[in-house]
Design a protein around this ligand. Structure first.
Ligand SMILES: [Zn+2]
Length: 132
């Protein structure tokens, strides 16, 4: 696992009390800052402010695949509770999600969501390489 930060935060999401899990995850997220690149990748919005993801991105963990799709302002987080918690922590306000696999497995769902967020950075890297 390349990202211990995400892993730890996700482990906390398994706590019985959702509230407690979120608080714990917030604390851990502050300690282990994962750079998440936000943006407005929605062709219906194009406001340019960082309220969504800049590109359609996907992440995989175990059997779960999570796809994040840029959404226009005001859409909110169209996601299951687990993905929502991760997205909220990441600062995403509007996004559509598609998921495949066993999303009842919270740990994998959270990991896949985080992986999708991390993969945004990969897109950026590829772009930068192309430019260099
Ligand atoms: Zn926008």
């Amino acid at each position: 696992m390349g990202n211990e930060a995400g892993y730890v935060g996700l482990g906390a999401a398994k706590a019985k009390q959702m509230r407690e899990a979120i608080d714990k995850a917030i604390t851990e997220a502050k300690l282990n800052v994962i750079p998440v690149r936000l943006g407005c990748g929605s062709w219906e919005c194009r406001c340019g402010s960082p309220h969504s993801v800049p590109v359609k991105t996907r992440g995989k963990a175990g059997s779960v695949e999570m796809i994040l799709i840029p959404a226009p302002r005001g859409t909110g987080l169209v996601a299951g509770d687990t993905a929502k918690a991760v997205l909220r922590l990441a600062g995403v306000k509007d996004v559509w999600t598609q998921s495949k696999g066993e999303t009842r497995t919270k740990e994998n769902t959270a990991k896949a969501t985080l992986e999708a967020l991390r993969n945004i950075l990969a897109y950026k890297t590829v772009k930068d390489w192309a430019r260099a």
